[in-house]
Design a protein around this ligand. Structure first.
Ligand SMILES: O=c1nc2n(C[C@H](O)[C@H](O)[C@H](O)CO)c3cc(O)ccc3cc-2c(=O)[nH]1
Ligand SMILES: C[C@H]1O[C@@H](n2cnc3c(N)ncnc32)[C@H](O)[C@@H]1O
Ligand code: SF4
Length: 311
């Protein structure tokens, strides 16, 4: 049976505070209104996760302004959280927004893969949902993907669909990802993420017309090189038949299956057993994977490769 993968994961949030205000965000709180995750608390959480068949620790963070005096402490905390996760037997994947080249190089020491969504290149978004989001400048996102390639970091990126971008932008954004991958070969997966309205945001858009997702997956499959996997989040696809149609269209990964989707807290995952039987009914075999894909493990330092071997 053909294989569909997922990553058994748990999300740790260093901080929800974010200086950006993407209007579709259900995650952020204002700077200074949130206590950062302590190493003590993370140690407790990770200890509770032992023997629960979880491998990936997804570190998803709100962002401290690049010129803030608190930026270094924020980065140091993320580094320590990743290092702790490694030492406790987990494999970290960090998405903390755009980083300086030096910051990215530093976090790469303690992550088996990293990620940053391109979102969309359409400049119209800068007057729309990204009006108050310096981090979402298309040039900044593209530069991040380029640096990740230069640093040989196994990388996840993707598109956020249905935030006001022109449909013509899907092809442009996918082509930009393909071009950067042709230069470096580091992109292991592209997430096609349907914008899904939540209860905390200000945008309150209609959400992406989910019926269009199979067509976007086909487009991605035409444009992206074959060594990039297309990932879709099953909790944001409300209808089981549609999920199966997405697999037929070329999606081959379901991303991190987590107890709580921190980005979309209003959308719960099916039980693994339910996902398993749904996929099996259509002839697909659901299998766990690591946050670094097998063909990218050789990118990693000896220390990280040793942790991967133990997982
Ligand atoms: O549970 C989630 N996981 C998200 N993940 C996790 C992702 O599915 C896995 O961490 C990767 O597939 C690595 O295994 C992201 C990772 C990225 O690098 C970039 C964006 C996302 C977005 C989400 C998300 O909205 N919800
Ligand atoms: C971590 C990633 O989560 C995505 N993201 C942020 N808010 C939402 C939402 N309401 N629905 C779906 N995805 C979202 C963005 O693409 C971000 O880069
Ligand atoms: S989506 Fe990310 S960058 Fe935008 S406000 Fe939310 S946490 Fe901040």
């Amino acid at each position: 049976m053909p294989i569909i993968t997922y990553s058994p994961a748990y999300t740790i949030v260093p901080t929800y505070e974010c200086f950006n205000r993407c209007s579709y965000c259900n995650f952020r709180v204002d700077p200074g209104t949130d206590l950062w995750m302590t190493l003590d608390r993370a140690t407790q959480i990770l200890a509770d996760l032992q023997d629960k068949n979880i491998c990936e620790i997804l570190i998803l963070s709100g962002e401290v302004h690049p010129r803030s005096s608190r930026r270094q402490a924020w980065l140091d905390r993320i580094y320590e959280l990743c290092n702790l996760a490694l030492e406790m037997g987990f494999l970290p994947h960090t998405n903390a927004g755009p980083l300086s080249f030096e910051e990215m190089e530093k976090l790469a020491e303690v992550n088996v893969s990293m990620g940053l969504m391109l979102e969309a290149l359409d400049p119209a978004l800068l007057a729309g949902v990204h009006r108050h989001a310096l981090s979402k400048l298309p040039a900044v996102r593209l530069e991040q993907l380029n640096w990740a390639g230069k640093l040989k970091i196994p990388f996840t990126t993707g598109l956020l669909l249905g935030i006001g971008e022109a449909e013509a932008d899907w092809e442009i954004s996918l082509q930009a990802i393909a071009d950067l991958h042709c230069l470096w070969g580091h992109i292991q997966e592209v997430i096609l993420q349907p914008y899904s309205p939540g209860s905390q945001e200000s945008f309150a858009g209609l959400g992406f017309d989910i019926q269009k997702l199979p067509a976007v997956i086909s487009l991605a499959r035409q444009i992206l090189p074959i060594d990039i996997t297309v990932q879709i989040p099953p909790n944001l696809i409300p209808n089981p038949d549609l999920l199966l149609t997405c697999l037929t269209a070329g999606a081959r990964d379901l991303g991190g299956i987590v107890p709580k989707d921190e980005v979309n807290p209003d959308y719960h995952h099916l039980q693994l057993s339910e996902l398993n039987s749904l996929l099996a009914s259509a002839g697909w075999d659901l299998q766990p994977r690591l946050p670094v894909y097998p063909d990218r493990v050789h990118y990693l330092s000896d220390r990280l490769q040793a942790y991967v071997l133990k997982s």
